[in-house]
Write a protein that binds this ligand. Structure first.
Ligand SMILES: Nc1ncnc2c1ncn2[C@@H]1O[C@H](COP(=O)(O)OP(=O)(O)OP(=O)(O)O)[C@@H](O)[C@H]1O
Length: 357
């Protein structure tokens, strides 16, 4: 029970070991910690003071959240960080997904280790203005499972905030695990809700994911963190084959026509086994109105949609930015627009630098 954390075996409605009524309130009756809480010295948590000092050089702190796992939250965190770094901002990416850290791989930093200096833990750098911190750098074997209870996860998050020598940062992007659990409460408590610019929530279009986004929005409202917006990821699938056929037809005819029917007939005749593929547009059911409707119902900004794009998946697998070449032709412009909208909403301006230019 260090530094004001509520112990795991505490009674329900525990007032917290730092509260004046710790060990003395009605809810403390029968709690195994009652005696210690009643007699322990009270005062500001020294760790929180150290975190505030460390964070004094960080201009913007943004949390990336999702209701469900696998919706593309880490992919978004990684690409947002690449994009901000390409805009010449000084960026830190903190992975607090303690049990499933995927950020090292998505930033191309697998196998890297953290180094210590007298200023604290040094982040692992992708480039001089993009530093990363993750438990993934601490595991001797990437296949190791991290099976930790809440207090241990909370302690590591505190240590990340207190001991990592980020230096001057324009942005600290925090990639959280899905849901609303220990890690989320911990990061909000440690940073202080008021010092966090806000949260971006990533979802897919279908109801099962959106239901959990509503919970995420409620969590943000409860803890006093602003929702900067919702990103609908894996939103539809662009079909290059269809586009190519359309282009050919346009070129042949010299005018623009909807050639969907023409392509369908052509494929039906030449390769009927592909009919299902060319008919597919929406992968996930969005008949409920998707994130757009959910956002207007919940009164939070909608930032935009990112389509399913095999090239984005590949960029994430290979740990590289999707913005540096023209390969991620469908997802990169969508992500770029979302980032520009976010910056505009926050009153921050700087153009995305084209690294190929
Ligand atoms: N728009 C997209 N198009 C294609 N693949 C995508 C897209 N977004 C994400 N992916 C891929 O989907 C997989 C899951 O994404 P990711 O790990 O970012 O999800 P997550 O929400 O962070 O999951 P978890 O929280 O469970 O770690 C990854 O392989 C990623 O590359």
């Amino acid at each position: 029970m260090e530094n004001g954390e509520i112990p795991e075996n505490a009674n329900e409605h525990c007032p917290g070991p730092q509260s004046d009524s710790a060990g003395k309130s009605e809810s403390c009756e029968g709690c195994p910690n009652q005696q210690i809480c009643a007699t322990a010295p009270k005062g500001p948590d020294p760790d929180l003071v150290a975190i505030a000092e460390r964070m004094a050089t960080v201009k913007h702190k943004i949390l990336i959240l999702s209701g469900k796992g696998g919706v593309g939250k880490s992919t978004f965190s990684a690409q947002l960080s690449f994009a901000l770094a390409a805009m010449d901002f000084q960026v830190g990416l903190l992975d607090i997904d303690i049990c499933g850290p995927s950020i090292p791989k998505m930033l191309g930093l697998e196998g890297q280790e953290i180094h210590q200096s007298n200023l604290g833990w040094s982040p692992v750098y992708v480039e001089s203005n993009l530093g990363v911190m993750s438990i993934g750098f601490m595991l001797p074997d990437p296949d190791d499972a991290v099976i930790w209870r809440g207090p241990r996860k909370n302690a590591l998050i505190k240590q990340f905030l207190k001991d990592v020598d980020w230096g001057e940062l324009d942005f600290l992007i925090v990639d959280a695990p899905p849901g609303t659990s220990d890690e989320h409460i911990s990061i909000v408590q440690d940073l202080g809700a008021a010092s966090i610019d806000g949260a971006i929530i990533v979802t897919t279009p279908q109801q099962v994911s959106l239901i959990d986004v509503r919970k995420e929005v409620s969590f943000c409202k409860k803890v006093g963190v602003q929702v900067l917006g919702v990103v609908e990821n894996m939103s539809g699938l662009r079909q290059p084959m269809l586009a190519a056929s359309k282009f050919l037809r346009m070129t042949e005819a010299g005018e623009e026509k909807d050639v969907t029917e023409w392509v369908r007939e052509y494929v039906k005749e030449k390769a009927p086994e592909l009919l299902d593929i060319i008919a597919l547009n929406e992968v996930f059911d969005n008949s409920g109105g998707g994130a757009t409707r959910m956002c207007s119902e919940m009164g939070v900004p909608f930032l935009g949609k990112v389509p399913l794009d095999p090239e984005l998946c590949k960029a994430a697998e290979e740990g590289r930015s999707c913005f540096v070449d023209q390969k991620s032709g469908t997802s990169a412009p969508a992500l770029q627009k979302i980032i520009e909208t976010l910056m505009e909403n926050q009153g921050i301006s700087r153009m995305l630098v084209d690294n190929d230019a």
